[in-house]
Ligand binder design. Structure first.
Ligand SMILES: O=C(O)COP(=O)(O)O
Ligand SMILES: [Mg+2]
Length: 230
């Protein structure tokens, strides 16, 4: 029977922080503000351009009024789209992990809060798109993660029953989306965001894609054995 591994994109499949930070810094330069180093921006890279801009302005002790945020957002996204895979690369070991899962009968999909067109463009540029039976972004359905409509719609597109799915993500947004659908979640802890609260809410926390094996993923689909004598 088909099984589906749904991957988050930013901070899980691909380290997009360097290109996102470059686009952020281009916006900051337009306002004569100093650039942020990637490592400072990285924890804020997985929650959309507006949040990154808000963090950067806060870091510089500046307010970011809505009108300026809107102006920057346009600037950010057009720069980002034009440079989407300059520095972004798949995380070490993730391609081999996907190969292992595919060989063991797992279908693969992407459920990302990036716009769908940007997600496809990035995955095309990295020659990864063909692996996925569905690539669903923030604008693919009516809701975006943690709204269960997003992960649910991704699963429906893949035509796999919901109890045959595992989600792999890096933030509480992914954890919440998976929990809303009772889908087991694997949390990668090298991602962009603080995940302390999520550790207790997921099936596994991995520090390395070498740990993402078909054995682990298969085990998450098996029902808990019922306690003896009940
Ligand atoms: O772009 C974002 O806001 C986050 O994207 P992700 O859902 O792939 O982590
Ligand atoms: Mg992410």
């Amino acid at each position: 029977m088909t099984k589906l591994a749904v991957f988050d994109l930013d901070g899980t499949l691909v380290d997009t922080a360097p290109d996102l930070t470059a686009s952020l810094n281009m916006c900051l330069a337009a306002d004569r503000l100093a650039p942020l180093p990637v490592d400072l921006a990285r924890p804020h890279a997985g929650h959309g351009a507006r949040k990154m801009l808000g963090f950067a302005y806060g870091h510089h002790g500046r307010d970011l009024p809505d009108a300026l945020a809107d102006e920057h957002l346009e600037r950010f996204l057009s720069h980002y789209e034009a440079n989407i895979a300059d520095l972004s690369r798949p995380f070490p070991g993730v391609v081999a992990a996907m190969d292992r899962l595919s060989r063991s009968g797992w279908s693969l999909a992407v459920c990302t809060n990036k716009r769908e067109s940007l997600a496809v463009k990035l995955l095309d540029a990295l020659d990864l798109s063909d692996r996925f039976v569905a690539i669903c972004g923030q604008d693919t359905f009516a809701g975006m993660k943690p709204d269960p409509a997003h992960l649910g719609g991704t699963i429906d597109r893949a035509r796999v029953p919901r109890d045959r799915v595992v989600m792999i993500g890096d933030t509480m947004t992914d954890v919440a989306a998976a929990r809303a659908l009772c889908v087991p979640c694997i949390l990668m802890d090298f991602g962009h965001a603080e995940i302390e609260a999520g550790r207790k809410q997921v099936a596994a926390v991995l520090t390395d894609y070498d740990q993402l094996t078909p054995t682990l993923a298969d085990a998450l689909l098996e029902p808990e054995p019922s306690p003896a004598g009940r």
